[in-house]
Design a protein. Sequence first.
Length: 150
Amino acid sequence: MGTCALALHWRPVGGWYWIGVALGFGVGIGVLLTALLGASTAGWAVAAVLGAGLGAFVGLQLGDWPEAIGGVVGGIAGAAGVGRVLQGTLRAGGTRGGTAVLLGVGAVIVAALALVPAIGYLEALAVPALGARFRRRTPKRYAGLRSLAD
């Protein structure tokens, strides 16, 4: 086996690393698509499906089927974790554009952090868990001085 053939087949890290990267990229894609499309429940479902599809595509670009499955799981986890948070934020009075920008920046950070070994796995667990936690803590919209108008 020549050095050229060895160089083509040698991967500096194991397959577990690339699966984690695909998971993290999928989470970032799911968060970004939910930020753009998830204002309604139907948009949230579309974001989850598109996130799964794009996550699979990214996973296949990084490796083989295990990475593609990681991307699918990550895309769904990202959309599921952020969907209710986004809807709760909008219900509580957040602006659509501002919320989308903040979540978009967060999605880029999530995807970049996926390049750190094992962080992609943690992201796929943490984003849905944090979404569930924040969903329970979302305040109701403050009525303000509307009671004086009656």
